[in-house]
Design a protein around this ligand. Structure first.
Ligand code: 3PG
Length: 315
């Protein structure tokens, strides 16, 4: 059980963001921590792990984004009681190490989902119009979109796709077909079926031992001629050598992502068929920063003051 008793010392909340929040989000976080009587410390755009190790030394709570919190960080964070990943995916936190250090780990599910979903369509319009190179592209209307995983982002993608007049299908190993159908989306029976039947597949799966490198040569190879794969999930889910081999063999396929692959230079050779944003951009809107950042701050206050553990992801 984590000790959440308050002492006379001010609680210190560290915002450690290699990719900073917008100012309006930081102001919102500060308003929450000020109201609780906590001290807020910012470590933004840090370039060395040593800076993080130094900054966490006396932090009671920490808000992060894709920043890595591993055993070494937790060893250095002697006072830490809670770390909140302001966002959905928490594969950047060593959960077992957090539990071993008596640190509660949380995420803020759904808070940046619309932002990520809107970026999917930004990438798609750019991709399907041939990267705005002046040639005639095609339209999203009438195309079949496959959504892999029907969580918060997948559902927002489906909502927006309806406005484009797309034919929408989804597959989620953990979400019943009835729930998908109730959202007005066709439920594919399998991941294979989704890839076989859709013109475009958008990935919204987390990076887990089961999903890592699961988007591979065979699976993407099932896509129809002219297929587009969009990845705003995690680079780890892609079998990069497999996708490179496939794109070499099939000049009709496009890969669009906001997470630079490790093999970016190899992919970059597929001119006009590959695009990656320089930084992960899915959740990089003022609105998403405000939603996720303030939710994280509120979750910290709720935990430290009342022991609320909703959204805890480690046990
Ligand atoms: C998430 O998991 O919430 C998204 O991938 C956003 O990540 P970011 O906060 O690093 O932009």
């Amino acid at each position: 059980m984590v000790n959440v008793q308050c002492s006379m010392k001010k609680m210190k909340v560290l915002v450690a963001t290699e990719k900073p929040f917008s100012k309006v989000a930081v102001d919102g976080i500060k308003a929450v921590t000020d109201a609780a009587g906590y001290e807020l410390v910012l470590l933004e755009k840090y370039t060395e792990k040593s800076q993080l190790l130094d900054a966490v030394k006396d932090a009671d709570a920490m808000i992060i984004r894709s920043d890595k919190v591993d055993g070494e960080v937790l060893d250095a964070a002697k006072q830490l009681k809670i770390v909140v990943r302001a966002g959905a995916g928490y594969d950047n936190i060593d959960l077992a190490a957090a539990t071993a250090h008596n640190v509660v780990a949380m995420n803020t599910p759904g808070q940046n989902a619309n932002s990520v979903a809107e970026l999917v369509f930004g990438l798609l319009v750019f991709g399907i119009r041939n990267f705005f190179n002046g040639t005639s592209g095609t339209e999203l209307k009438g195309k079949k979109l496959g959504i892999l995983a029907f969580g918060n982002v997948g559902r927002n993608v489906a909502r927006i796709a309806k406005g484009f007049g797309m034919d929408i299908a989804a597959y989620d190993a953990f979400c019943p077909a009835e729930v998908i159908e109730a959202a007005g989306v066709k439920a594919a029976k399998s991941q294979d079926e989704l890839f076989e039947t859709c013109d475009i597949v958008s990935l919204h799966i987390p990076a887990t031992p089961e999903t890592k490198q699961s988007i591979n040569y065979d699976l993407v190879g099932k896509m129809k001629k002219g297929g587009i794969l969009v990845n705003t999930a995690r680079k780890e889910v892609i079998d990069e050598p497999g996708l490179i081999k496939l794109m070499q063999e099939r000049e009709d396929l496009k890969y669009l992502t906001d997470i630079k692959p490790d093999a970016d230079a190899e992919f970059a050779k597929f001119e006009g068929r590959y695009f990656a944003t320089p930084k992960k951009m899915g959740a990089q809107t003022a609105e998403a920063n405000v939603n996720a950042g303030i939710a994280a701050a509120n979750q910290i206050v709720g935990f430290l003051e009342k022991g609320i553990t909703k959204f805890q992801v480690n046990k």
